[in-house]
Design a protein around this ligand. Structure first.
Ligand code: 4AD
Ligand code: MG
Length: 431
């Protein structure tokens, strides 16, 4: 079978006769004219059928066809400035491939619960089309940026015996009788990899048995995690800033039609230029207090604090040097104040919360052994990880960027559930 012409490439065929394959997005009629909106996964085009100019059968089909039926349409491409894609098809024939049963998602408004239940079909909507294309562009931009900067992509395991981000959000798996977990982060594996390859990164699914339902939490989400040998906290912040600024620029450059579908305020994204503000945790607490938040010294930020922090700047803000107790066991302490961890979080503007978390790693064997004990982690599961400190230890840093939260922010989508094709959340495993 010849691959059908894609609607996205129709401009090159102006004035020519073409055949398109896709699904009926919508239809309407007016006297002796039938309009079929054809969606083919690359775009949407209006096809016009005039009674005198098409076979009788085709004209009748244009009347009886149901939403989401698959069809083949032939016709001539005409420029039409008023239509969304700039082109229209003067239809000469319409052939049925498969008639759709009454489609549950109609052009009227549906509730989110209903749409989530039909997520596999909801994906065919224009809004989801735009979000998924931006997600794809963003991931491609991350790969390009890191590849151009000399990073080596290394895949890290999904099944792991060692908890990276605390023991309260682990999914347990029975591994031939041995208890293991679904990974929370590739970091523990990125660290030995960066001793082998200097600059490495992984991009993969990570899992957290989150107990709460929020608009920012999934139980399965994708994380991009670079790790660099001989990089300190400041260098780590530079890397995160460069990466995010580049990726936002790429989406603006290449995905403006999709941002348009989402009615995204472009000026907000255009403001995302280097340098990003950098403030210490201590300064961030002062700022939050000045805005009426009731924080005690040493408190971690809650969702509302992150929202307010993010809304205080017109671009992402890097908050660094957190109280060590609120951060993971592997964080290096600040030499000038050992109560502080050399951690950094990047908080997105407009209330999208933390999109990046990372920092400088503890590279002293004795210190790290102490932390593993303090955090009540099983020492034996971390022996191999300690080897990174035993054999030529080195300062190193890295971070994890949450793909879905970043997509939510860039798309201006309120809830994270729309940023991944099939979201996994508390009480949500179908479809
Ligand atoms: O801050 P987190 O927990 O950092 C780590 O896992 C580090 N080990 C990463 C590293 O240094 N290599 O998670 C990193 C990012 C967060 O900033 C957030 O964007 C995202 O992952 N994230 C989630 N996204 C969706 N749902 C969840 N439940 C998430 N938890 C974290
Ligand atoms: Mg974090």
């Amino acid at each position: 079978m010849e691959p059908a012409l894609e609607i996205a490439r129709i401009a090159k065929h102006e004035g020519k006769k073409v055949a398109l394959k896709g699904w009926v997005h919508n239809k309407r009629s007016s006297g002796k004219i039938r309009f079929v909106l054809l969606r083919d996964g690359t775009g949407i085009i209006q096809c016009v059928f005039l009674k005198e100019q098409v076979p009788e059968q085709a004209f009748e089909l244009a009347d009886s066809i149901t939403q989401e039926s698959s069809v083949e349409i032939s016709g001539t491409v005409r420029e039409d400035k008023r239509s969304p894609g700039g082109y229209e098809l003067s239809g000469s024939d319409l052939k049925l491939i498969s008639l759709a049963e009454p489609y549950p998602i109609t052009p009227k408004e549906h509730g989110v619960d209903f749409l989530m239940k039909h997520r596999h079909l909801w994906l065919r909507s224009q809004r989801q089309f735009a979000i998924l294309r931006i997600r794809s562009e963003l991931i491609k931009a991350f790969h390009d940026f890191l590849d151009d900067s000399g990073f080596i992509l290394c895949d890290t395991p999904i099944l792991t015996p060692a908890a990276c981000e605390g023991t309260t959000t682990l999914f347990n798996v029975d591994y031939y009788g041995e208890p293991v977990f679904l990974t929370q982060s590739g970091q523990l594996y990125n660290e030995p990899l960066c001793a082998a390859l200097r600059k490495t990164y992984c991009l993969g699914p990570t899992f957290r048995a989150e107990k709460s339902k929020t608009r920012r939490h999934l139980t399965e989400f994708w994380m991009l995690e670079p790790e660099v040998a001989f990089l300190d906290l400041e260098g780590c912040m530079d890397l995160a800033e460069n990466l995010v600024a580049y990726a936002v620029g790429r989406v603006l450059e290449r995905r403006s039609p999709e941002l348009g579908i989402l009615e995204r305020d472009l000026s907000k994204l255009e403001a995302v230029k280097k340098p990003f503000p950098r403030i210490t945790y201590t300064k961030a607490v002062e700022l939050l207090k000045s805005k009426g938040r009731n924080l005690k010294p040493g408190d971690d930020f809650g969702a509302e604090d992150e929202t307010i922090l993010g809304q205080s700047f017109d671009r992402p803000v890097l908050v660094h040097r957190y109280p060590a107790p609120v951060k993971a066991f592997y964080m290096k302490r600040d030499r000038s104040d050992p109560n502080l961890a050399l951690a950094v979080d990047m908080i997105a503007p407009e209330g999208y919360g933390e999109i990046v978390g990372g920092g400088q790693r503890e590279d002293d064997l004795k210190e790290l052994e102490k932390r593993i004990k303090e955090h009540d982690l099983p020492r034996q599961a971390f022996e191999w990880y300690l080897d990174v400190r035993r054999y030529g230890s080195f300062p190193h840093s890295g971070f994890g960027l949450g793909i879905e939260r970043t997509v939510a922010w860039i798309c201006g989508v309120h809830h994270i559930r729309e940023t991944i094709p099939f979201p996994r959340m508390l009480e949500k495993i179908y479809p």
